[in-house]
Design a protein around this ligand. Structure first.
Ligand code: FAD
Ligand code: FES
Length: 493
């Protein structure tokens, strides 16, 4: 039987924290309990600041607890592209930043004794078509990374080139996040779960969903994408969703991590909880809200792994999550334009290393210290001409979505036609409503219009969520916000 949950969150004993009960005053407010928020909070608390972290859900519950758990500077085959696009110096800084991110994670695990299945192992990126990985290996090595062109890959895939990075890290991301939270609390920090910030003004006064107000000298918005319209980041990024499965192979699984350089992306790593044969496969990426049949995405991952090991594989866990990409491939970290608020977004699905470095940049901005990577990730940059052209194209697509999306196909018939376990758009007295029926037979109806900026929502059958293709907000079947930038629930019809 397949469990629809992140294998990490399902196998970690996550600490629990109360919601905020009363108004608070603090030096630094951190909004968001993913890897960036937790690392930033810990880094600042260790420096003597008084830090409050608030999380709308549970810590680690969203993207960070759903990652592949690879902490690496090998972000696919990107270094030759970074050199071609930005020049050697920027590519070198990105490489060094992420290698430093790997070592910072290792140092935190060691210092706080975090029990998170941490191991050092090689990471491989491989091509099956004509991607020139010999140049990628040479460029990465010249930039100072532990990279070499390799003759072999542990996966039974016919390759045209393989790049090996030595001494990279695999860990259990949810247990790592739990360890960060416990270290933060032990250092005197405070965490409030089930506490959503709905408004945050430049005077650094935060209104929260239970009603309490938090006042602070500084605020860090580490909510995957800044919520609302803060900094305009919703229009400068794209939401990319990926799916993951945990399976047991008929033979021992490869011990290193691997990722394909050509599409469709297939990212693999061992699943220690599944024993020696346990394997995790992540991929089938697409934009949030642009597919309804996400069951097919999970099936294609299991079929791909099954075809390699000549077996019919039934996933034991399956899950999905999303992250944001930026047009120039570099994250935005620092002061949002025209605001004292600090942000970190656009990690390109590599936030365990990028996000750890982001936390150091945010800490140093608050403590008024220089940070060697601060300029690289400048949150106020506009980018090169290519970035601007990409942004214009992306925003035209969002415009079309806004106008045309409402005419999406109805599933057909009225609400009495909603099958158990299914959802979609239905007709209710001539109006289009979003409806779904859960496995207990309960019917949920919503107005299928995103509360961020009004885009139409698409039913995601595999994950049973309402997803917005414009900027990536996701909602539960009964309309609660799962992921921003939206902060308000869906209306009821
Ligand atoms: C499928 C997948 C696999 C990945 N695998 C890897 C990997 O192997 N290695 C790697 O380096 N990176 C990986 N990544 C990328 C990495 O997971 C992300 O970059 C990283 O987790 C982002 O961290 P975050 O703290 O910004 O976001 P999150 O973990 O999403 O944390 C943000 C938190 O803010 C909370 N929040 C949102 N709005 C509010 C609000 N208004 N008030 C209060 N709280 C709020 C959310 O509930 C959430 O918990 C992967 C991404 C995906 C999608
Ligand atoms: S996330 Fe912006 S309109 Fe939906």
């Amino acid at each position: 039987m397949t469990t629809s949950a992140s294998v990490w969150l399902a196998t970690a004993n996550m600490p629990r924290y109360d919601g905020i009960g009363a108004d608070r005053r603090t030096d630094v407010l951190v909004v968001g309990g993913g890897v960036i928020g937790l690392t930033t909070a810990l880094e600042l608390q260790l420096e003597g600041a008084d830090v409050v972290l608030v999380e709308s859900n549970r810590i680690g519950a969203r993207t960070s607890g759903n990652t592949t758990g690879k902490v690496t500077s090998q972000h696919g085959a990107i270094y030759a592209q970074l050199v071609d696009r930005h020049g050697v110096e920027v590519a070198r800084q990105y490489a060094m930043a992420n290698q430093a991110g790997v070592e910072r994670v290792a140092a935190l695990v060691d210092r706080f004794g975090i029990d998170c299945e941490f191991i050092r192992a090689p990471a491989f990126v491989y091509a099956t078509e004509d991607t020139d990985l010999r140049r990628e290996a040479e460029v990465a090595a010249e930039l100072g990374l532990p990279a070499s062109f390799a003759a072999e890959l542990e996966l039974p895939v016919k390759t045209t080139g393989v790049v090996r990075f030595d001494n990279q890290v695999q860990l259990h991301p949810a247990r790592y996040l739990a360890g960060l939270a416990e270290a933060f609390i032990a250092a005197g920090g405070r965490i409030f779960e089930h506490t959503r910030v709905t408004e945050l003004d430049d005077g650094i006064e935060a209104k929260t969903e239970p009603g309490a107000v938090i006042r602070a000298d500084h605020a860090v918005v580490a909510t995957l994408l800044p919520f609302g319209t803060l900094g305009g980041y919703f229009a400068r990024t794209r939401p990319q969703q990926s799916h993951g499965i945990a399976v047991r192979l008929p033979v021992a699984a490869p011990t290193g991590t691997a990722i394909s350089a050509d599409g469709p992306t297939r990212s693999t790593r061992p699943w220690p909880g599944g024993g020696p044969n346990g394997l995790i496969v992540v991929g089938s990426g697409h934009e949030v809200g642009d597919q309804s049949d996400t069951d097919a995405a999970y099936r294609s991952l299991a079929d791909w792994a099954g075809s390699l090991w000549n077996a019919r594989l039934e996933p034991e866990y399956r899950w999905s999550a999303h992250d944001y990409s930026t047009p120039d491939h570099l994250p935005y970290v620092g002061k949002a334009p025209g605001s004292p608020l600090l942000v970190a977004t656009g990690m390109h699905k590599w936030g365990l290393s990028n996000g750890t470095i982001a936390a150091g940049i945010l800490r140093d901005l608050i403590l008024k210290r220089d940070n060697e990577f601060g300029a690289l990730y400048d949150a106020g940059r506009i980018g090169d001409a290519h970035s601007v052209a990409t942004l214009v194209k992306d925003n035209l697509k969002v415009g079309k979505e806004l106008v045309a999306g409402h005419v999406r196909r109805l599933v057909g018939g009225g609400l009495d036609h909603v099958e158990v376990g299914e959802g979609g758009l239905y007709d209710l007295d001539g109006k289009t409503v979003g409806a779904s029926c859960d496995h207990d037979g309960r019917l949920h109806t919503v107005v299928p219009v995103c509360t961020h900026l009004g885009c139409p929502l698409r039913w995601n059958q595999g994950d049973t969520t309402w997803d917005c293709n414009c900027h990536g907000s996701r909602f539960t079947p009964d309309g609660k916000v799962l992921d921003g930038p939206a902060t308000n629930p869906l209306a009821t019809p």
